[in-house]
Design a protein around this ligand. Structure first.
Ligand SMILES: [Zn+2]
Length: 234
């Protein structure tokens, strides 16, 4: 067996016995731990690849880490927006050609009422006349947003919640909505570098175990579980 086993390719091991190499060996006492989300912050996982353009698969010292790319990025975008909002500085990016939107009269009135608040959130909308609005700049971190889809959800949100951003619940709802649309989607193919960058950002963020809606960001499966699955151990 190659002693440089820590970088050995998993999946092509022919040996009947797998000798653990690493600190996890002494912690395994037979108890199966199906969920170990908290280990995510301890080490930089090695990216194996992307599953169904939705999940990032990583090898860690303990086993396999599966990260939901949308949930992970959603948390990253949310925390970034929240921090920037608190510091009253959301970094924004202008469109070369503003994104033009035709709204209904009712929607137009609603957006008009909230222009100032939306600007505070980094969403710079300009009333172009009638029920036409121009989206001029947006938070830089909302890289992947489909703006029409975002506004279709934003308008009912404004209608329902108002946007008294001193109200924590409304602020949180708005940030979550922005993060959801700003985050990369499931179904998007990511390069190895993009996956690595995402994991690194995730390690630097608070509450990295769950997305702002509460869904888990990652799940771990220990080598022990695999060994049991393949009857290497009883
Ligand atoms: Zn979510």
């Amino acid at each position: 067996v190659n002693p440089a086993g820590d970088r050995a390719q998993s999946g092509v091991m022919a040996e009947p016995q797998w000798a653990y190499s690493g600190p996890e060996a002494k912690t395994e006492s037979g108890a199966v731990q199906p969920f170990r989300q908290e280990i995510l912050v301890e080490e930089i996982p090695q990216v194996i690849g992307q599953l169904k353009e939705t999940y990032i698969l990583c090898q860690t010292g303990d086993g396999l880490l599966v990260v939901d790319q949308h949930a992970a990025h959603e948390r990253i975008v949310y925390e970034d927006l929240k921090k920037s909002y608190r510091n009253a500085h959301i970094e924004s990016q202008s469109f070369l050609i503003p994104h033009k939107m035709e709204l209904s009269q009712k929607e137009g009135r609603l957006v008009l009422k909230h222009l100032g608040r939306l600007a505070q959130m980094g969403l710079d909308l300009e009333h172009f006349g009638g029920n036409t609005f121009l989206l001029r700049s947006v938070p830089s971190i909302m890289v992947s947003a489909n703006w029409d889809a975002f506004l279709r959800e934003l308008i009912p949100f404004l209608e329902q919640e108002g946007t008294d951003l001193t109200n924590e619940k409304a602020l949180d709802g708005l940030l979550t909505l922005m993060a959801c649309h700003g985050a990369i989607r499931a179904g998007k193919r990511l390069s190895q570098d993009e996956m690595k960058r995402l994991l690194k950002q995730l390690q630097e963020v608070d509450l990295s175990t769950n997305c702002p809606h509460g869904r888990p960001v990652s799940n771990s499966f220990s080598f022990r579980e695999f060994e049991k699955m393949f009857k290497r151990v009883i």
